[in-house]
Design a binder for this molecule. Structure first.
Ligand SMILES: Nc1ncnc2c1ncn2[C@@H]1O[C@H](COP(=O)(O)OP(=O)(O)OP(=O)(O)O)[C@@H](O)[C@H]1O
Ligand code: SF4
Ligand SMILES: [Mg+2]
Length: 429
């Protein structure tokens, strides 16, 4: 394994110009991901996690003010749009929280996976010519209504009409109306339908390609992959759609998979299946993963390294053990303390006082200073340096000497909350 990180992001700074002012989405983002590594990015809503990932794949609309992004030693910020298109899908893929935003509702699952694979030259040569494929497509579309009628006739009590059946009945009724009331017009309508039928038959997938796609669906443990390949996204459950999207992204065997809240919309059982799936893919294909989530439990289960984001900066990063058990930046300590743990005896979960800052009016110096019990004049005026604590554990804070004991920091937070409340201040995190 090479020692150069697969992805290296250094001091990335980005803003979105808006009518209300510049939204300072990224202030200072530095992290790297090695080959086959799983890196978790956690942080409150609006801290800049999605913008970071979109910037890496060149899809952010923000203006980059500073920084470098290297992927396999190649600088991406200055790369051409054509080069970025080539990288997306081939080397870097992204799965989103809501798969419907990435799946096309008008195409079947196999058609969409086929398109992505063919765009990135990941398909084996077809074993049939275009004419033969068209003939097969016409034959199978003619056979479909007969096999449907046969299945209804053999088991009429089990029949439940679906959207396609209702559409077919509507079209037959319209055809009958046209034929009986406007025979000349019906000739055009029939010619149009025949042309549409020929065109759709030309799109029939080669059997070798179909088999490859079914195999990819099987990889993501989709039950009955041959049938699912022929379905449209709206016919699938949320968990199945997420798997289809993972299959689609993994079909190109990317070196880096970016997963932005991949399980948030799913129930717990499906969540853990998707997690297992991603871990498996890493094991079998060596794919590195950038996992973006609010869920520290998910990070603990999947990641080797974690970065904690606050107001556009990665304020601390290290191994999962360092971040969970010996964090040093006060915000991370507050965050870790506010997570419920197994056999937790605390009556109430501790809170981080104050509110997440407005990205248009970020505080000066350390962005966490209005909420930090240790803040002093230096914190208000100077951005804290990233201090290397050894072994890749890095924390950005002026007063790391005060944070060696987690319990003392938490006591300081509690006193700070009391002090703010006694002054009538806002204390909800
Ligand atoms: N296109 C845009 N125009 C203006 N501001 C934007 C745009 N995209 C993102 N932002 C702002 O950038 C900041 C970071 O947003 P981002 O989506 O990265 O947050 P996040 O950490 O992913 O949050 P969440 O956990 O809710 O998904 C937010 O303040 C957001 O409002
Ligand atoms: S730099 Fe200052 S304000 Fe920021 S976390 Fe450290 S002590 Fe708190
Ligand atoms: Mg997000």
């Amino acid at each position: 394994m090479s020692t150069t990180p697969l992805l290296q992001v250094t001091d990335l700074k980005l803003h979105f110009p808006t009518d209300e002012g510049d939204v300072r989405a990224l202030e200072s983002v530095t992290f790297d991901i090695g080959e086959g590594e799983i890196f978790g990015l956690v942080g409150e809503s609006g801290s800049g996690k999605s913008v970071t990932s979109l910037t890496v794949i060149g899809l952010s609309t923000g203006k980059i003010d500073n920084g470098e992004i290297f992927f396999e030693g190649e600088e991406l910020i200055s790369a051409s749009e054509e080069r970025m298109r080539d990288l997306r899908g081939n080397d870097i893929s992204m799965i989103f929280q809501e798969p419907m935003t990435a799946l096309n509702p008008l195409y079947t699952v196999e058609k969409q996976i086929h398109e992505v694979m063919s765009l990135h030259d990941k398909l084996p040569p077809a074993d049939r010519g275009a004419v033969e494929r068209m003939y097969i497509g016409m034959r199978s579309s003619l056979a479909r209504p007969f096999s449907k009628l046969h299945s209804i006739a053999s088991n009429p009590t089990e029949y439940r009409p679906n959207g396609n059946d209702i559409l077919a009945i509507f079209m037959l009724f319209t055809a009958w109306l046209l034929l009986s009331k406007a025979p000349i017009f019906s000739i055009f309508a029939i010619a149009f339908l025949l042309a549409a039928w020929l065109l759709s038959s030309m799109n029939t997938l080669d059997s070798v390609h179909h088999d490859v796609i079914v195999e990819r669906l099987r990889d993501v443990r989709i039950p009955n992959p041959s049938a699912v390949a022929k379905m449209y996204p709206h016919e699938l459950s949320g968990g199945m759609r997420q798997r289809v999207m993972i299959a689609m992204m993994m079909a190109c065997e990317p070196k880096l998979l970016i997963a932005d809240e991949p399980t948030t919309a799913l129930d717990v059982t499906i969540q853990s299946q998707i997690v297992e799936l991603m871990k498996d893919l890493r094991k079998t294909k060596g794919t590195a993963i950038l996992l973006i989530t609010h869920d520290i439990g998910l990070v603990a289960e999947m990641c080797e390294k974690v970065g904690v984001m606050y107001a556009g900066s990665i304020v601390e990063q290290g191994t999962i053990d360092e971040i969970l058990n010996s964090p040093r930046m006060p915000y991370t300590i507050g965050l870790m303390h506010s997570i419920p743990r197994i056999r937790d005896t605390r009556e109430a979960l501790p809170i981080i006082p104050g509110q997440v800052p407005d990205p248009i009016n970020l505080p000066s110096g350390c962005k966490f200073h209005p909420r930090c019990p240790f803040a002093d004049a230096k914190c208000v005026s100077e951005y804290p340096p990233a201090v290397d604590l050894g072994g890749g554990h890095v924390a950005s804070c002026h007063h790391l000497e005060k944070t060696t004991e987690m319990s003392e920091v938490q006591d300081a937070f509690d006193r700070f909350v009391e002090e703010l409340e006694s002054k009538g201040g806002e204390t909800l995190a």
